[in-house]
Design a protein around this ligand. Sequence first.
Ligand SMILES: *Cc1c(COP(=O)(O)O)cnc(C)c1O
Length: 422
Amino acid sequence: MNKETLCLHSGYTPKNGEPQALPIYQSTTYRYGSVQELADLFDLKANTHMYSRISNPTVAAIEEKIAALEGGVGALCTSSGQAATMISIMNILKCGDHIVSAASIYGGTMNLLSVTFKRFGIDVSFVSSDATEEEIQSKIRPNTKVMFGETITNPTITVFDIEKFAKIAHANNIPLIVDNTFATPILCNPIKFGADIVIHSTTKYIDGHAQTVGGVIVDSGNFDWEKSGKFEEMCVPDDSYHGLIYTKAFGTSAYIVKARVQLMRDLGCYQSAQNAFLINNGLETLPLRMKKYCENAQQVANFLQNHPKVESINYPTLDSNKDKPLAEKYLADGASGVISFNVKGGREAGERFIDSLKLTSICVHVSDIRSVVLHPASSTHRQLSEQQLTEAGISAGLIRYSVGLENIQDIISDLTQALENV
Ligand SMILES: *Cc1c(COP(=O)(O)O)cnc(C)c1O
């Protein structure tokens, strides 16, 4: 099936007389007829539901749908995008390990990797995604266990060269995790370009309606944990499951099964059935919405590019953009609805522009159906020093504009009047 069809029909297939819409299974627990049947579940011999901290039929439906859309062997939903990033890394790293990450990433991920993981004894090195292969390779240490990047970076809107990083990761026997939030599975499938694990904040375009926080981890099934020789916990007996060995018991799904039955069991940040239902509503219309976001954003980008008060603009499909060749390769169907730009006059002018907008709302959010705007240097990236801001590619006046689905003329009128005020 093609993506539009998968969005409507995968994950849940009602039989005769069953509900056409995905039901919300509002139940914490599941009933069994004998002690042995439940015991088999605890030994992971049976693949059914036990407790809604670990799995739930409504959530399972969207896990199957997202795995199908990304071309993975399985998926695990989480209570937020942050929880997806955390579990995707903690599933394979431990105290003493090291991460190599692209320098331009979401502010929350930046904090997780460089502040909280540091307290757990996990170290991180950042590298510009424009760096040469030699420069990137030089960041890799014997204890480096993963590489990390974002398909379209939040908030700088640059395009990550997935193949370049995947090649280096694989030459060093480590996996590449790609945060595909802004591109969504509709505009890019990182697994096709060599990513081993894909994560999303479903809070953004996938939900799309600013209603539910959520995340998901998708396993490509392609990384060979045994052959790599670096991921003992994947290949040695797990005492908490009577000595089960994930790679032996679950083959190519070892990573995603371990993430669920071990880390989700212990950390407990699973998605709820109610929220999964709302996320599914978002998924059903995602291909249609992504097309419209890309169309509207292209028009806004063209408008801003030619405006005398705009100093610079990042939107990957513009001819003037340094990432245009990467966008042609990785984002052939469009570069989503998020644009970043600077108005002439730096921070002060940027703030004045934002305060002058009328239709567009100031929100700590992107990828909504409504147009929203944010000033990263005073909000999401407020805690970074001037030097860290520069390294992350965020100038003091940078504006992140998330183009919504309003009529394009109304969006452009709002931008026009706000720029007149600068
Ligand atoms: C928002 C976001 C996250 C974090 O997701 P939450 O659902 O807010 O926890 C991670 N990565 C990217 C690229 C994001 O935009």
